[in-house]
Design a protein around this ligand. Structure first.
Ligand code: BGC
Length: 249
């Protein structure tokens, strides 16, 4: 099995990549980033992935994993909420093979973060059901049961009080609507208590940039389930994609 793999994380504002040491989860060399092209069409984004692999000089035998802000169902994006709509129905393996000239392993970005946290971070060794949510423009989710990922859960799109959950309770909406921590926490309370009722999880892990400020909102929540910040912060997508690729290679 490979000892190093490369992870690429496609986000709304940047596409980031690094090589990852698989025994530690640490980056080997630098993490590089290119702005997400506008419009972020499949061909434009795939070309950015090609540039990143070139800049990192990733050898042909190094497994490459790519995290997408969308579900990936048998290699195909069924819908995408926060990137160019032309991604719908795209076969990402075929697209990337065409642009990169090599196979890749594709997965959802929150699933990648979940794999990273269960392998190296806050969910490592936790028995039972862990729900990781990534808080950003949208809300991504990873459900992990006894260390095994249940992929493509899309819990950011749970309908709560007639609204798509991520349109009310994401960190992106906090910024957009200039919500105070207290007001945002009320929305989080509604969201996470609903998930608690549905799944009876053993642990919530909250990732995304806002988890740096976890002491501003976690103490305002009244939940039965323990909630902790993610440990890998902005590296989780890359690390999880790399681990996924190595396991698939
Ligand atoms: C998408 C998910 C993604 C999340 C975070 C949601 O809008 O539907 O697939 O994981 O945003 O990027």
């Amino acid at each position: 099995m490979a000892t190093v793999a490369c992870g690429i994380d496609i986000g709304g504002s940047g596409v980031k990549a690094a090589c990852v040491g698989l025994s530690t989860g640490e980056f080997i060399g630098e993490r590089i980033r290119i702005d997400t092209p506008k419009p972020a069409t499949p061909d434009a984004v795939a070309d950015v992935c090609r540039q990143l692999l070139e800049q990192l000089e990733v050898g042909p035998d190094v497994p490459v994993g790519i995290a997408f802000p969308a579900p990936i169902i048998r290699g195909v994006v069924p819908f995408i909420a926060n990137l160019d709509p032309s991604w719908a129905n795209i076969d990402v393996n075929e697209l990337m093979q065409r642009h990169l000239g090599r196979p890749i392993a594709a997965l959802n970005d929150a699933d990648a973060a979940g794999i990273a946290e269960v392998t190296f971070g806050a969910a490592k060794g936790v028995p039972g059901t862990v729900i990781l949510t990534t808080q950003g423009t949208g809300i991504g989710s990873a459900v992990i049961v006894d260390g095994v990922l249940v992929p493509n859960t899309e819990l950011g799109h749970l309908e709560i009080d007639g609204h798509d959950a991520e349109k009310r309770a994401s960190a992106g909406q906090k910024t957009l609507q200039d919500l105070s921590w207290k007001k945002w926490a009320k929305r989080l309370q509604r969201y996470y208590s609903h998930m608690e009722m549905l799944f009876s999880p053993d642990l919530f892990v909250v990732g995304g940039g806002v988890s740096k400020n976890h002491e501003k909102f976690m103490p305002l929540l009244d939940l039965k389930t323990p909630m902790v910040p993610a440990q890998l912060l902005n590296t989780a997508g890359i690390v999880g994609a790399a681990v996924w690729a190595a396991n698939k290679a």
